[in-house]
Every structure is written in structure tokens, then in C-alpha cells.
Design a protein. Structure first.
Length: 202
């Protein structure tokens, strides 16, 4: 299991493997003990309203690990975790975007988010960020599955985490395993995480 791997362990992780229902829960492994109840979220705006829910993809052949979420910006659709009570230095996410100009996710209500701009991974609100795509220090990205990591020596406060929305715009594509770390991942650690996912998941 990915969370049990002999590598850097996150303080928050979502795999979106529930398959049904409105809840998205933090992932667990034998070595990965995540107990922060603030990490549990919902599809769309609330557990009572399904209007803005992304689709749960339950065919592993279409995801990176197990199940995943598929978003359609026309609806619009998103997943909401809210305030995680965490300060983080690194965030990594598997994405399969339909286009290379669109948002990915937000970390707070207004100023800290991750998006794609003309094929470039563009973090906003991070101090001197380093961006990795598929295990390498680069900002260039294309459509299809990619592993995106952003690191910063200065932590950001993840107090309004939402997947599929940022800066008032919405994402179209798929999202899978997402991890937060309270330390700066090294280049070798990012490469290890990417290689583990690319080999183990597909």
C-alpha cells in the first residue's frame, strides 16, 4: 500500500477510494497514522447537496490508484475539505487535466492555490516555491496523468482546502492521490514518490 512505503510520510493524504457517498476521508496505512478529523471532507459544498459533486471513478484502469474523482468545470464541481488545522511545506497531487490552462486546487479562501497556465504549473501564494512534475524540477505539464509537487521553505496554512476550484475557476479532469507534508521534500524524495506511484499504481 502506498501509505506503507519506505519513504517520506505525509501529515495528510487523500486517495478518494470511497467509491460511493458524499464523504472524502483521509487515507491510512500501517505506518501512516492520520487521525486529524479536520481532514474529512465532502463532495461539493455539503453532504446534503449533490449539485456540485464530482463523479467517483471506480474503474482502477482509469485512475492512478484504486478509485479517483472526475471533475467537470461546466457544472461546476469540486470537493471541499475546509480547514485542515495544518501548516504545510510540500503538497503533491496526481492530476489528469483535460486542458493545460485551468485551476487545480486551493489551500485557503482567497490567495493560495495551484493552477495551470498555458502548460505551466503555477503556484500562487507560496514563498519562493519549487515545482516538480513527474519527479523532475520543472513547471512544464501536458494533458494525461502527471504528478505535481510544490515545496516552499515558508509554510502555508491549509485552512480552506478544496479540490477542483481555485481563484473562482473550476477544473475539468481527474484527481487522485494527494499528500501534504510539514517539511520540504528533497528532489530525491519527490522522485521516489513519483517513481513509486508511477510503477505501483499503473
Amino acid at each position: 500500500m502506498y501509505g506503507d512505503s519506505p519513504g517520506p510520510h505525509p501529515i495528510a493524504k487523500w486517495s478518494f477510494d470511497e467509491g460511493t457517498g458524499q464523504t472524502i476521508s483521509p487515507s491510512h496505512g500501517k505506518k501512516l497514522k492520520i487521525t486529524n478529523s479536520a481532514l474529512t471532507g465532502t463532495l461539493g459544498g455539503s453532504a446534503e447537496n449533490t449539485d456540485n459533486d464530482p463523479t467517483r471513478v471506480t474503474n482502477p484502469a482509469n485512475c492512478m490508484q484504486g478509485n479517483c474523482l472526475e471533475f467537470n468545470s461546466a457544472n461546476p464541481e469540486y470537493a471541499n475539505v475546509g480547514d485542515t488545522n495544518l501548516d504545510i511545506n510540500s503538497a503533491c497531487i496526481w492530476i489528469n487535466p483535460s486542458t493545460t490552462t485551468q485551476p487545480i486546487m486551493s489551500f485557503d479562501a482567497t490567495s493560495t492555490y495551484l493552477r495551470l497556465v498555458s502548460g505551466v504549473v503555477t503556484p500562487t501564494g507560496f514563498t519562493s516555491p519549487t515545482v516538480y512534475v513527474n519527479g523532475k524540477a520543472t513547471t512544464a505539464i501536458s494533458t494525461g496523468w502527471s504528478y505535481v509537487c510544490v515545496t516552499s521553505e515558508t509554510p502555508i496554512t491549509a485552512n480552506a482546502v478544496r479540490f477542483g476550484i481555485a481563484n473562482g475557476a473550476y477544473f475539468t479532469g481527474k484527481v487522485d492521490v494527494t499528500e501534504f507534508f510539514n517539511f520540504v521534500l528533497t528532489p530525491s524524495e519527490v522522485a521516489s514518490l513519483y517513481n513509486l506511484g508511477a510503477v505501483s499504481f499503473r
